[in-house]
Design a protein around this ligand. Structure first.
Ligand code: ADP
Ligand code: MG
Length: 234
């Protein structure tokens, strides 16, 4: 897959296949194209060519298949992007009711279960501003789960959080990974990459430079770029 922004070649010959239940952690220096890759997977960015397979299926470019893709691939961003004027529960039930045409009562019952799962059952009727950053990000995860996604994309989900809140979000993500959710996670949390990832994809300058099991990658990064990157962050 390739992608340009004007003259800038941001994604270069990217080939990525994510299997069912796989957890792929994407790391790399700032500006290497990680967010663009996430957005391309969800087709929030157009791409010029190429292949990304999620659970064996190529991504549709347009039409009905695209709408289905967006409904089936949930996305969690660095900035939680919750609806400020909706309660926590409303944030979680809005899309299932509007997009999936679920009944309100059924959506609320599922929504409360999901809030329970991310440890926020007691906060269902609060507004996002009344929650900490870590709690808001867990609501964002519950909201993504409410659409019953086949896969979840996370773009630096803990980068905007105070350090003491990072773990509560990673714990929820670890539990999802253990339950077999297919996940693509852009993160600088190397502990999460080591413990939860099946594969680490290292990107630099718009290319996938390494795509390996975490224990191999961290023990013996092959590329100069990866060694340099790891020496700066570890
Ligand atoms: P990362 O997430 O790895 O930090 P990004 O995918 O955000 O990298 O960005 C990759 C490159 O593309 C950067 O050089 C960035 O400045 C550029 N870029 C990102 N989005 C746009 C855009 N909408 N228009 C022009 N350039 C962009
Ligand atoms: Mg980014």
């Amino acid at each position: 897959m390739n992608k340009h922004f004007g003259q800038l070649h941001v994604l270069r010959d990217i080939d990525l296949a994510v299997g069912r239940g796989e957890v792929v952690v994407v790391i790399g220096p700032s500006g290497s194209g990680k967010s663009t890759l996430c957005r391309a997977i969800n087709r929030l960015e157009t791409v010029e060519s190429g292949s990304i397979l999620i659970e064996g299926r190529p991504l549709p470019a347009e039409g009905k298949g695209l709408a289905r893709l967006r409904a089936e691939v949930g996305m969690v961003f660095q900035s939680f992007n919750l609806f400020a004027h909706k309660t926590v529960l409303q944030n979680v039930t809005l899309a299932p009711v509007k997009v999936r045409k679920r009944g309100k009562a059924a959506a609320e019952a599922t929504g409360r279960q999901l809030l329970e799962r991310v440890g926020l059952a007691a906060h269902a009727d609060k507004y996002p501003a009344q929650l900490s950053g870590g709690q808001q990000q867990r609501v964002a995860i519950a909201r993504a789960l409410a659409m019953d996604p086949k896969a979840l994309l996370f773009d630096e989900p803990t980068s905007a959080l105070d350090p003491e809140m990072i773990n509560e979000v990673l714990e929820v993500m670890r539990a999802l990974a253990a339950e077999g959710m297919t996940m693509v996670v852009v993160t600088h949390e190397m502990g999460f990459a080591r413990s939860a990832a099946n594969r680490v994809v290292f990107m630099a300058d718009g290319r996938i430079v390494e795509d390996r099991a975490p224990e191999e990658f961290f023990a013996d990064p092959r590329s100069e770029r990866a060694r340099d990157f790891l020496s700066k962050i570890l």
